[in-house]
Design a protein around this ligand. Sequence first.
Ligand code: SF4
Ligand code: SF4
Length: 215
Amino acid sequence: MGEAGKVMIEAVEDRGEDYSGDFLAEVEARVEEGEWVTMCTQCGVCSGSCPLGPDWEHPPHRIFQLIRANRRDEVLGSPSVWMCTSCHACVVRCPRGVPVAHVMHGLAHYAVRRGLAPADPPTRRLAERFWENVVRTGRVNEPRLALSLLFANGLAEGVRRTLRSRDAGLGLLKAGRMSRLAAVAGDGVKDPAELRAILEKARAIELAKAAALED
Ligand code: SF4
Ligand code: SF4
């Protein structure tokens, strides 16, 4: 082990963290791309590159450290693994080639499979609404997506949130980035049924992959 690795281990031991558990083995065996965790040298480049890094409870390099420190509930129950927007800044910069974004998504998916995901992590609702929106016609209908998010907690809060966001909405309309008619007459791909069949097949492949990881 290099000097940097020893320093990192000593720092972790100073905090009373235990490297003897088997959460790392569980991640390697059951989380998609989890086998990459041991490649991390804790250089911190991923967290320094992440546009959302300051908002994460545990930035990506810390998530890798917590896995190795056997902090299972803290990792799988953390909203942090739901913060990744797949911008891939970390992926292209990691000196060890770790697919950080994929590991974060793998951990989030695994937390759902284990029933340990936080109830309402910041990006989960957006991901679900985005998916429902795009599957319907094959194209994202931004006004409908925004409205479904604004009104997700009922009418009264929806009205309040819409009023709070009105300047941003009007700005988008003025700049021609959003059409007034799109909410009622948005377009789609030529054959949405074919698209849904493709997505169904992809879902079956993903489910089979997840099931194989459980074996
Ligand atoms: S950039 Fe790569 S090696 Fe560095 S802390 Fe992040 S995952 Fe680990
Ligand atoms: S891919 Fe995810 S973890 Fe990586 S820099 Fe972007 S938001 Fe952060």
